[in-house]
Design a binder for this molecule. Sequence first.
Ligand code: PA5
Length: 426
Amino acid sequence: MVKVDLSGAKEFFKAAGPDYSMVAEAHRKLFEHTGEGSEYTGWVELPGRVLNSELKAIQACASKIRSNSQVLVVIGIGGSYLGARAAIELMRSPNYNLVKKETPDIFFMGNGLSASAINETIELIGERDFSVNVVSKSGGTLEPALSFRVFKSLLEKKYGALAKKRIIATTDERKGTLHDMAVAEGWERLVVPEDVGGRFSVLSAVGLLPMAVAGIDIEKILQCAVSEMHDLDLRSVENPAWLYAGARQHLYANGRAVEILASFEPSFRSMAEWWKQLFGESEGKNGIGIFPASVEYSADLHSMGQYIQDGPRRLMETVVSFENSDSSLKVPFELGDKDKLNYLAGREFGDISKIVAKAVAGAHIKGDVPNISLSVPRRNEEGFASLVCFFEMSCALSAYVSGVNPFNQPGVEAYKSNMFKLLGQE
Ligand code: PA5
C-alpha cells in the first residue's frame, strides 16, 4: 500500500483537522454503490474481473503485436491513453522508444490535431511493420477518430486486405461507432467495461494492452491491484486513501485551492498527467474543486520553485517518492577538486536526491505550503498497482466528500458542441 505521511501538513490543519466521518460516509456510499454516478464504480472490482476473463486475450493480442510489428500506434485521448503512457514511462522508461529493447516502439496519437505531430510519427514509423490499437469508449471522439482515419489508410496502403489483422479496437462491448466499424470489418475487439469511466480504465484492456506490448507483466499488476483494492476497503483512519482524501479536502476548505503533485523521478512525468486528469475531471465541477497541477524536481525548482516558495499562499504540495532506487551512480572523485564537489565524492545520486527532497520539503513548509508525502517501495508492477488503486480510491472519496459526482464530466461537452457547430457537422 502507499505510505502517507501527513507530518508536513498537520501544522496547517485547523481545529480538529480533517473530518474523517465524512470520508467514512463517502467510503460507505462508494462500496454500497449508492452515491452519485454509482453506475460507473466498476473500477473497484475491475482488476479481479479482468484477471478472470480478458487477461489471456489481452496477452495473446500483445504477443501477436510483438511478433509481427516493430511499432504500435495507440490512438486515444484522455483516459483512453494517459494511463498506458504513464505505466510505460514509469515502469520501462520515459525514453521508452529510444532505449535498446526487444519490444516494439509505441507512439501515442489521437490526443491532438497537430498535422506536424501526425506527419512526424508517420515519418518515424518509416518502412517498419506496425499495428494500430484504437481506443475510445464512446467510439465517437473527434481527435482519435481523425487520427485513426489517417493510420488506417496507411495500414491499408501497406498491407491491403491484411490491414484488418493489424487493427485492435478497444471500445464498448455493445455499442458506438467504433464498435460497429470493428464488427463490420472483423477487427479484433477488446473491451472498455460499461461501468468504468475513461479516467478509471487503466487496469482494463485500455491500459493493459499497450503495457503488455511494452513487456510489462500485466498479470502481476492485476494480482497486486486485487489485493490493493481489498486492503483499501479498510474502514478506519489507518486507510491511506482516507488520510490523503481527508487531508486534501480539509486543506481545500481552509484556502488551499491548488494542489501540486511533485516527484524527483522523470519517469513519473506522465503519471502526473494521468493524476491531473483523474482528479481534475472528477472534482472540478459545480464551481468547486482543487486545481491539480504538477512539477518535476529538481528541474522545476529552478522555474516554478520561486512561485511555490514565495507566491500567493493557496498551494498544497504532494510529493511522490520511491523508497528504493533501481539504479546506482556514485559521484566521481576528481583530482584537484576544481569544481569543489569532492565533499560529495563517493556518495550515491539517489542518497543526495533524498537529502535535496528533505531540504525542499522543509523550505516549502516554512514558506507556508502544506506538504503531503506519498511513497511506494519501487517503480515496478507492485508500485504502479499501489499508486493507481490508491489514487482512484482517494479521488472518489475526496470528490464525494466535496459533494460532487466523481464519475461524470458535463463540462467537456461545451467545447465539443461549439466545435461540431463550427466544423459544420450535420
Ligand atoms: O475520463 C473520461 O471519461 C474522458 O477523459 C475520456 O477518457 C475521454 O474523453 C476519451 O473518451 P473516449 O474514450 O470515449 O474517446
